[in-house]
Design a protein around this ligand. Structure first.
Ligand code: FAD
Length: 383
């Protein structure tokens, strides 16, 4: 191994090549003088293990991988009423993971300084003053000036978890409304958690149907394909669904971002993506937050030739609101459907979209606060 001291073979090494690493790498590759990059991941091939949806407030390098755009969405709650389908200027869009990976590899393939190492895990990272060393499972060691570490964190570090199973279902006899996404169709979840179904209509006969649970740390729901099929039979206009594809997720909600600031600590290892708090605690959405953080980081590299100190994904006010939300959910999980129904019924869609995408204007925050019931949120705020 060529040892550092102004001689590490790479400017940047990525431990993990999921959404966060690729989002930054493609932006760096597009710079006039891209850094020398190495990207390490145990996966050998891109897989469609997830579907990324987000409200498209801004362009991203992955827009050509968007397969669907919806302008209407709804939230349903049997006890607190049904939110009418809402439409905002910004569409809700879908990108399948394999298509994003292929597009990213195409962009990185055109960059001579980008190298992939696949089928190998990073087992540990050694941090030095001027460089860092990745230890790989095949015994290799790689020195790099900087490391972006987006390996998944331990789940138990978060107080709440979003756990879901999705089935892509197809039925020739179905006639789905392809214009409206069901973001949340709340179901009874018992005392400990929150449960809803999420339905993305992909065409008149095909939908991704997800059974989603929000549960406190240590609990795990019992999933069954049969329950998802039963939901589809009752709600989607056909009893004969074939399963075409499946995806599962387990997202930490409220993981405290423990990323040390690169500039302040001179730490050469920068936590990135999920371990750096990219997942919004109150919703599980991360796509747009990762895009914004990647744009900021690439701009800093272009300007200074080194990473910027990581800034928080949320303003202190938004972070506080999410903490209060999690506390209110801990006290009375059964009221969560009512909170979301109020938000989707009463906050104008464009304002709510900016809030959900972590880019609220001050007036959006006031609108959100004004529609939530004060008692449980004040109790949670002043706990
Ligand atoms: C099924 C699913 C659906 C989701 N849907 C949405 C959505 O619709 N909208 C949204 O905003 N967010 C969504 N999310 C949340 C979030 O956007 C994703 O989790 C996103 O992939 C996070 O990016 P990441 O880079 O932090 O992690 P990942 O994309 O999970 O990347 C981590 C990478 O690290 C690699 N890795 C693991 N161990 C090692 C190791 N030892 N060495 C090297 N590499 C390693 C993994 O193979 C992986 O490639 C979803 C998450 C899941 C799981």
């Amino acid at each position: 191994m060529k040892m550092p001291g102004n001689g590490a073979p790479y400017d940047i090494a990525f431990a993990g090549t999921g959404l966060a690493a690729l989002s930054l790498a493609v932006r760096l590759a597009a710079l006039p003088h891209p850094p020398r990059m190495v990207l390490v991941d145990p996966r050998r091939e891109p897989v469609r293990d997830r579907t990324w949806c987000h409200w498209q407030l801004h362009e991203t390098p992955f827009d050509s991988a968007i397969t669907h755009r919806w302008h209407h969405w709804t939230v349903r709650n049997s006890t607190a009423g049904t939110a009418a389908p809402a439409a905002a200027r910004t569409p809700y869009v879908r990108i399948p993971a394999d298509q994003l990976h292929h597009l990213a590899m195409e962009k990185l393939g055109a960059c001579p300084g980008a190298e992939f190492i696949r089928g190998t895990s990073v087992t540990s990272i050694e941090n030095h003053t001027d460089y860092a060393v990745l230890h790989l499972s095949d015994g290799r060691r790689l020195a790099s000036d900087w490391v972006f570490d987006s390996r998944p964190p331990e789940h138990h570090q978060a107080p709440w978890h979003q756990i879901f199973r999705g089935l892509e279902l197809h039925s020739p006899e179905a006639r789905l409304d392809t214009g409206t996404v069901t973001l949340m169709d709340f179901q009874s979840a018992g005392p400990a958690g929150v449960r809803f179904f999420y339905v993305l209509p992909l065409d008149a006969h095909t939908a991704l149907v997800e059974d989603t649970w929000l549960v406190p740390s240590g609990q795990s729901p019992d999933f069954s394909d049969a329950e998802i099929l039963a939901y589809a039979a009752t709600n989607l206009g056909s009893a004969a669904w074939q399963i075409r594809h499946r995806e599962e997720g387990h997202l930490p909600m409220g993981l405290s971002p423990s990323a040390p600031s690169a500039a302040k600590s001179k730490n050469r290892v920068i936590l990135w993506g999920t371990p750096a708090g990219a997942i919004r605690p109150s919703s599980g959405y991360a796509f747009s937050r990762i895009q914004r953080a990647s744009t900021r980081m690439a701009q800093a590299w272009r300007k200074h030739g080194r990473p910027a100190a990581q800034s928080a994904h949320d303003s202190p006010l938004l972070a506080w609101m999410d903490r209060v939300f999690l506390r209110a959910m801990t006290r009375r999980p059964e009221r969560v459907p009512e909170y979301f129904t109020r938000l989707f019924n009463r906050v104008p869609p464009d304002a709510l979209v900016r809030f959900l995408e972590s880019e609220p204007r001050p007036t959006d925050i006031l609108q959100v606060m004004s529609v939530l019931p004060p008692a449980p949120f004040l109790a949670a705020a002043f706990r």
